[in-house]
Write a protein that binds this ligand. Structure first.
Ligand code: SF4
Length: 303
């Protein structure tokens, strides 16, 4: 089957100040936070399953502040359920006391005032959470109870643990509840992968896990490309990256589409800067032309 090829730039260049603020803290909440998300095209209710801020990667573009002492280290499912239900209700209030009446969200255009997804995306890798499947069930329960039929459950993952039995169980709950897996793939070669992600597993391990997940349902590939010390990924690196996408397809994996993005918020490491809009588009174009997949571009920090 020939896949529809298109570059979609739903919200670029970045204009809304809310896109620059992906704070994972909101008022007194422990786990749940609201984000206006470019990639979701509206309100994404974030769920941080890693309040201890531990991660198995150490990406050079990571924005998690690991100098702050965590308030909690584990996930209390009852608290998570209460925070999630409250956030959904708060986002839908129209009596002048809701989320979009707060100063930080008051300028969000009406078209974006929609709960697009509940996203497991926190201060670490969500699938390492000991109660990951239970947390997915909580998200499914809350969306169903609220009648949010068009709201997806999204897992943003570095893909290292997608074959673990409890993670597989969580993914099955997502599959039954309009779930979407967004798997990180930022490189095509082992050397570049190690430079960008500083991982605890080789690239082959990530590939095995993405392929396993993509054989069961289509996955979204999210790929961050950036400039390190002023230098972006080489054409050869992008060719190798396209090779990895082809490997997934050749192994029977399905890819819904590819998100090509760059640094949109200032990372901890000052050596990391964004690609230009044209560079992002050039990579997305190569994805489309050389793999037949759909690709979307997401641009970086305005100069
Ligand atoms: S996987 Fe995510 S949380 Fe972990 S280091 Fe990378 S960007 Fe940060």
């Amino acid at each position: 089957m020939i896949l529809l090829a298109a570059i979609l730039n739903p919200m670029s260049p970045v204009q809304l100040p809310q896109f620059a603020d992906h704070s994972r803290r909101w008022q007194e909440n422990f786990y749940v936070y609201p984000v206006i998300s470019r990639r979701s095209g509206g309100l994404s209710i974030g769920v941080n399953l890693n309040p201890d801020t531990a991660c198995n990667f150490d990406c050079i573009y990571c924005q998690v502040d690991r100098t702050i002492t965590p308030r909690v280290r584990e996930v209390d499912l009852n608290v998570l359920r209460a925070e999630l239900a409250h956030m959904v209700e708060h986002a839908r209030r129209t009596d002048g006391a809701g989320l979009f009446d707060e100063a930080a969200f008051a300028s969000v255009p009406p078209a974006l005032r929609v709960i697009r997804d509940i996203a497991f995306s926190g201060d670490g890798e969500p699938t390492t959470c000991l109660v990951f499947p239970e947390a997915v069930q909580v998200a499914a329960d809350v969306t169903r109870a609220a009648g949010l039929d068009d709201t997806r459950i999204v897992l943003i993952t570095d893909a290292c643990y997608l074959t673990r039995p409890r993670v597989v169980a969580g993914l099955a709950i997502m599959d039954a509840n309009d779930g979407e897996v967004w798997a990180k793939l930022d490189a095509g070669t082992e050397a570049y992968y190690r430079t960008i992600n500083k991982p605890n597993y080789p690239l082959a391990h990530v590939m095995t896990n993405i392929i396993a997940a993509a054989r069961v349902r289509p996955v979204v590939i999210q790929s961050m490309f950036l400039r390190l010390n002023g230098v972006g990924p080489s054409a050869e690196e992008i060719t190798a990256y396209l090779g990895r996408l082809k490997d997934i397809l050749a192994a029977g994996g399905r890819i819904a589409y590819v998100q090509v993005y760059t640094v949109a918020r200032r990372p901890a490491e000052s050596t990391v800067t964004s690609l230009s809009d044209e560079e992002v588009d050039r990579i997305a174009r190569r994805v489309i032309d050389e793999t037949g997949l759909k690709a979307e571009s997401y641009y970086g920090i305005a100069p």
